[in-house]
Design a protein around this ligand. Structure first.
Ligand code: G3P
Length: 505
């Protein structure tokens, strides 16, 4: 029987489960898609009960995949092939659900991080400069509907007798990790420091729920979970699908933070970038960094040592390429890559994908997307290439802000996500930044990060030095000296293009 940690990554689109052995190998995996609904403009929801059922399915698939890999189909669902020693949780951040403490029944749908239902409440609060600055200083986050605080405030008003019930402790407010742990255990109500820091209700310096913000938003502290370290046994599983009872739940961490941990972000000089629909560029440090409006300051994790994180979220990267692909009538991403490769390197087009304003480091909701530098000689290939370049430049914009705050030299940018499989893109990113890009061979880096934290909690590994030894193979893209002048010139032009798309500037 092989000892494994079950690492569950509960994302927005899929629930993935990995089985990780003590050498850091992935020996089984399963993934199940999740549904998402858009009930009206700006509203984005998921079904909390479906999420729990899909978690069970993905665990069963992961355990079953070990059976398939080993050619033994005798043991029911593989439960005799592996011994799960601990459960690790990585989760989509900022999404929040309210449920009844006495029954565990959801009182709301999961209000997704993408859901903008509290836009007008945020706008009103932002007009109060003093409060706005206070929230940024205490939580490290700019007032925005992405974060749970304002959505929870509204939900408590909408639930009949909501405030009184909240005061009496009858309502639980939890991010997805809390909901998962509640359902996998006999109702342990807990969160970790990384997820707490994304609620916009948590003072990241003192590491306590912020009573001034709670009071202003009418949220009773009795609704909130206790905050524990990310690497910590919070309770034992109950029987949960194929998962047996009595297994320690040993880590919880927000997915972006988990990815940074999986990339070895506890070591000095490591910055990570996740390339997806949007992108997140993030680095960790042991001291509270300067709170800057361009990027979020957050708690990265607590693995006995609390690490802070600096993170910039870019709204459109993969989605920017896809938008241009559709506009150009290109069939698929492969064809889009081929088209972009035909562009001449000295083409003059820039695309700024401010398709729903600009995220980090500009945070400009008024900005609109533009193509500029168009000439009569411009070809479709040039426009396609400008879409790929917009990803490089936007990552660079955030990378430079983070680099200013990091005390040490950046050794490498560690990358994950689908678009990183594009070698041209990764080499160009290295050339533009003048920093080595490191692309690891395990795609599920968030689950790995959560798994490492669980392994520390149950004594599989003792130190982060041991974890660093587990790192697998990686492809390195080293910056080419001869390309740097070219990319620096283009980057200067990009800055002008960004100015042009910012209408109010
Ligand atoms: O579900 P993902 O992987 O897109 O991640 C969502 C982020 O955690 C939101 O901040």
């Amino acid at each position: 029987m092989r000892k494994v940690i079950l690492a569950i990554d509960e994302g927005t689109t899929n629930v993935k489960s990995l089985l990780l052995d003590q050498q850091g190998n992935v020996i089984g995996k399963g993934s199940v898609p999740l549904s998402i609904s858009f009930p009206s403009a700006g509203l984005v929801e998921q079904d909390p009960l479906e999420m729990i059922e899909k978690m069970k399915d993905s665990i069963a698939l992961a355990v079953g995949s070990v059976v398939c890999a080993e050619g033994s189909i005798d043991s029911a669902e593989g439960s005799n092939e592996v011994a799960i020693e601990a459960v690790a949780i990585s989760n989509q951040r900022e999404s929040v659900v309210l449920w009844e403490r006495s029954t565990g029944k959801p009182l709301t749908q999961v209000m997704s991080w993408q859901c903008r239902r509290s836009e007008s409440l945020c706008e009103t609060l932002r007009k109060d400069d003093a409060f706005s600055r206070y929230v940024q200083k205490s939580t490290g986050l700019t007032l925005d509907p992405m974060f749970p605080a304002t959505k929870v405030s509204m939900a408590l008003q909408q639930i009949p007798d909501g405030h009184a019930r909240a005061e009496r402790g009858e309502i639980c407010v939890g991010t997805i990790n809390s909901w998962m742990v509640w359902n996998m255990t006999n109702n342990v109500f807990i969160t970790d420091a990384s997820n707490a820091s994304r609620t916009q209700l948590f003072n990241i310096d003192e590491q306590v729920w912020d009573t001034a913000i709670l009071d202003r938003l009418g949220i009773s502290a009795a609704t909130l979970p206790d905050v524990v370290p990310s690497s910590h046994v919070v309770g034992l599983s109950r029987e949960f699908g194929v998962l047996k009872s009595g297994i320690p739940i040993a880590s919880q961490i927000g997915d972006s933070h988990a990815a940074l941990y999986g990339h070895g972000g506890y070591q000095k000089g490591v910055v990570k970038a996740t390339y997806g629909t949007g992108s997140s560029v993030m680095a960790a440090m042991p001291k509270l960094p300067t709170i800057r409006s361009e990027i979020s300051t957050t708690i990265a994790w607590d693995d006995a040592t609390l690490f802070y994180g600096l993170e910039g979220n870019i709204t459109h990267t993969g989605s920017a390429i896809d938008w241009v692909r559709r506009m150009l009538g290109v069939e698929d991403m492969e064809a889009m890559c081929e088209l972009a490769a035909q562009a001449s390197a000295d083409q003059s087009v820039f695309f700024v994908p401010a398709l729903s304003g600009l995220g980090a480091p500009y945070w400009d909701l008024e900005a609109t997307g533009i193509f500029c530098g168009l000439k009569s000689a411009t070809e479709r290939a040039d426009m396609a290439r400008s879409a790929f370049e917009s990803v490089l430049f936007q990552v660079a914009d955030v990378f430079h802000v983070i680099a200013e705050e990091l005390p040490e030299k950046i050794e490498y940018l560690s990358v994950d996500g689908g678009p990183t499989l594009n070698d041209w893109l990764m080499q160009a990113q290295a050339d533009l930044l003048g920093v080595t890009i490191r692309r690891g061979d395990v795609a599920e880096v968030s689950a790995m990060g959560a798994g490492y934290l669980a392994g520390l909690a149950i004594g599989w590994w003792q130190t982060t030095e041991e974890l660093a030894q587990l790192e697998g193979q990686a492809t390195l893209f080293t910056p080419r000296q001869e390309k740097q002048a070219y990319w620096q010139a283009r980057y200067a032009q990009w800055a002008l293009a960004v100015k042009k798309c910012r209408l109010a500037q």
